[in-house]
Structures are given as structure tokens and as C-alpha cells.
Design a protein around this ligand. Sequence first.
Ligand SMILES: *Cc1c(COP(=O)(O)O)cnc(C)c1O
Length: 378
Amino acid sequence: MSSRIRLSSPHMGGGELKYIKEAIDTNWVAPVGANISNFEKDLENYLGEGNHVTALSSGTAAIHLALILAGVEKGDEVICQSLTFAASAFPILYQGAIPVFVDSERETWNMCPNYLEEAIKDRIKKGIKPKVIILVHIFGMPAKMDEIIRISKKYGIPIIEDAAEALGSEYNGQKCGTLGDFGIFSFNGNKVITTSGGGALVTKSKPLKEKTIYLATQAKDNLPYYQHSQLGFNYRMSNISAGIGRGQMEVLDGYISIRRSNNKFYYNLFKPYKFIEVFSEYNSKIKSNHWLTCILLKKDEPIEDVKRLFDLFKTNNIESKLMWKPLHMQPIFSSYSFYGNRIAESIFEQGLCLPSGSNLTKTEKETIAEVVLMHIDD
Ligand SMILES: *Cc1c(COP(=O)(O)O)cnc(C)c1O
């Protein structure tokens, strides 16, 4: 039996073992050491000047700390994109704060600026000004940043950019994760690069980075004994994981080129099928890393067909994935407010994510093409 074609699996670049070995040889097998500071430097160089990076244990931890740095406390309201992975919003609940969900727009599938402004106005009218906006670059596709930053400035509400899926994506030539007041990345096993599990928080000043490290290492006051004046967390990245990250940074740009060429492959494959749309950039201002390539089934009742396609791939040992179920439709979040219409919902009903890894082989692509050409009628 041929092995399963994966959606997006870890892809080692070759340099990782050297950095792991260094950590073990020098006995820095801890959440402190040279790999961590060097991995942070690599990311800072990659993102450009003015960005201060703290390596953390996960993207979720990074969002949690960003909320704390933005001053989110119990009872505060936080606006969050609905079409995303639950980890974008879980930390809002960690803080005892209240999520307010906003629908997507059609072109980038990300937060709709119009519904965002509607939500802000309505919350202000109800007497609570939201504290923060969490927006996402879903599947690596940059959100409509000009419009969203304009609204953020107009109402004085800072932005946390959840760029967990969008390392290397660009908006107007600027890297995603550096456009908001805070940016976060994830290095989970399925992301563009991995540290086996990890994340990073991007802040705009050195003192904020120092504050992030302080919070992520149990909030120890600067004294010879352990004194704590603030609630702390154990959120720092391990020096072994950071070693993997250093190796991965050496191959990042190459991996993004491959993911982008995967998107082209699917675009050409599905071109003859009028009812299938491959999710791609809607204008040249944005560049997606195409973390996952997704398709939309343009049918009246797509749900059954999407499931049939999912099963067809599964039978043929090809892993595909149904869309993120919008958060306002999730049982755990169902009691919170939602502003929008049915955009995220319809993307959920119509969409399917396809194998998109940078380690996807030519033979695997041929297998996928064979299954599509043999079983899908145009
Ligand atoms: C993966 C992901 C996260 C969480 O990152 P972890 O490192 O897995 O904690 C958050 N938001 C989005 C959009 C993600 O895809």
C-alpha cells in the first residue's frame, strides 16, 4: 500500500540536527540558550527593522501574552475573526474576556472591514468599547490591512495579527505579522516551518519584548530570591525546539516557493471544472505563502459534494481537510455576539483544504491529478 499523502507535514531542511547537537553538547537543554536568541534574531532579520521577536512554547501562548500586553482583563470585549482555528479565540477566554465575532469578506476570507466597523460602532453604542482586534491571515492569505488599520486608528483599538499560518506572506511588500500592533506566529508541526511545537510574539519595542520574556518565564522580579508581583506563565520555547527553528529558517523561502507552486498546480488541475474555484490572491498587492491551498465548490447544495470529495480523497489515501468551522457556530462560543452575514458559514460549507506541504512529491501530485481526472466530472 502506498503511504498516505499528507495535508501538511513536518519537512526537515537538513540543518536542524547541527543546532540540536550544539545545544546538547553545551548542555543548554532548557528553555534558555543560544538557539533561542539566535532563532529570534533570524526571525527579526527576516521580518525587518523595528520588529522584536520572543520565541514561545506555542502560537496560542503568543496570543495569550499579546492580550495581556494589550491590557485585556476580565470582562473586556475582544473582537475576533470568526473564520479561524479556535486557538485564535481561546486565549480571550483564558483572560476572562468576552469574544465578539466578525464575519469574513469574499476576497481574502478574512475579517470584513465593513462588519468590523459595524461591530465596533454597535459595541460602543451598547457602552463597551472593544479592547483589541484579533485578525487572522487565514491559510496564509493576507487580510485587507489598509482598511482594517484605518478602522483600528479611527477608534483607537490595537490589532493583534494572528499570522500563525502566514509566515512569509506579504501585504504591499511588508511581511504579515509586522503590520499590526502585535503579531504572532506558530511553529506547530503542520505549519510552513516547525519547531515541533512553538510560537513567537512580535512586538514593536525592546521593552515590550523584555516584558514578554518576563511574563513567559513566571514573572520573576529582578531580585536574588524569587519574588513575584504579577501573574506569570511558563511559555518560553525550549532551546532544542529553537535549534530546529534555526535549521528551518535556512530553508523557509524555498519552502514558500514550493507551497506557492502547489497552488498553481491545483489552479491548473481544476481549471476545466467550472464549479471549482481555487483560492488564490485577488490582487497583486498581496502575496500568500499558500500554507494550504483550498478549493470552493460553487454549487447550490455544496455540503454533500464537499463531503463526497473528502471521502473520495480519503479512499485514495489522500488527506484533505474540511474548512475551519466558524467560531460563532462552535458550541463553546455560541453564546457570544456575531456581526456579519453568512460569508464565513458559506466558505465553511463549500470549502476543502488539499495536500499542500513543501514535501509534496511529483509522484504524489500525479496521484492527486489522476484521482481528480478519473472521478470528478466537469
Ligand atoms: C495553528 C494556529 C494557531 C495556534 O498555534 P499553536 O502553535 O498550535 O498554538 C493560532 N491561530 C491559527 C490561525 C492557527 O492556524
